[in-house]
Design a protein. Structure first.
Length: 259
């Protein structure tokens, strides 16, 4: 075996160990570890905290905060405030501390009023306005869906399209990610997987994270969305882009989620 082949083999052994380690953890502890890791190397393109805050239920997020406190003897809020700055901190702190109503009840009058508020702030390019952040970080997901649906029908454009006014703006990208995570997580995670596999050189960190955190949640929906979007099965994409025990563990978890 060549030197490069040996290095590649060692990398896949490490990745296999990483998959097993993350999968065997309690979900809340897994999220706590992922949150801590991302805060230590924080950059504005990182989406892990948004995934944890927006794709989990209020109770699951509460358990993550508890697990973080127990493991690191600090609060998650404390570390976000210490490591994140500017508009990202303004958005992330209320996201990770939120405890949303989880029911299906929706106030349509409120949805119409808040759709108008969101449109005004986005049109005026005040994307960090406290009212916009308040709506995104406090309303239930059902209420937000009603608000975004009204936004689309009233103003003729989906809210995430209006938030693409500057595609290179990392903060606007974070807002779009939060909205997609809350309203259609399978589409959000399909895109993360697609980008992790289809880019030049696999993003194993993203691939590992999504498979281990979503296998027991909504992997079947993500796989269906992946096939719809790419006309190619996710498991075959994994086979073509990974190898060794790492590949086998990923396939096992994808199969676990689709069973």
């Amino acid at each position: 075996m060549t030197w490069s082949g040996k290095v590649r083999c060692l990398i896949f052994i490490f990745l296999a160990q990483r998959v097993v380690f993350l999968w065997t953890l309690d979900p809340a502890e897994r999220d706590a570890i992922l949150a801590c890791e991302t805060l230590k190397k924080w950059n504005t393109s990182n989406r892990i905290l948004i995934e944890i805050a927006c794709a989990r239920s209020s109770h699951e997020l509460f358990l993550v905060r508890q697990a973080y406190h127990a493991r690191y003897k600090k609060s998650l809020e404390e570390d976000v405030a210490a490591h994140v700055t500017g508009n990202f901190r303004k958005l992330l702190l209320p996201l990770i501390t939120s405890y949303r109503y989880e029911g299906a009840e929706v106030n349509m009058t409120l949805a119409k009023a808040e759709a108008k508020t969101l449109h005004e702030k986005i049109e005026g390019k005040t994307h960090n306005h406290e009212e916009l952040i308040r709506i995104l970080t406090t309303r239930s997901k059902a209420q937000l869906n009603a608000t975004f649906n009204h936004y689309n029908s009233e103003f003729g454009t989906p809210i995430n399209k209006d938030l693409k006014s500057d595609p290179k703006d990392d903060y606007l990208s974070a807002l779009r990610a939060a909205i997609k995570c809350m309203t259609c997580p399978e589409k959000y995670f399909e895109k993360v997987l697609r980008l992790s596999i289809n880019k030049l050189g696999t993003d194993e960190e993203a691939l590992t994270r999504v498979v281990t955190t979503r296998a027991a949640v909504d992997m079947k929906l993500i796989m269906e969305e992946y096939y719809r979007r790419n006309s190619f099965p996710l498991d075959q994409a994994i086979i073509g882009d990974t190898s060794g025990d790492y590949k086998e563990f990923l396939l096992a978890l994808v199969g676990h989620g689709s069973s």
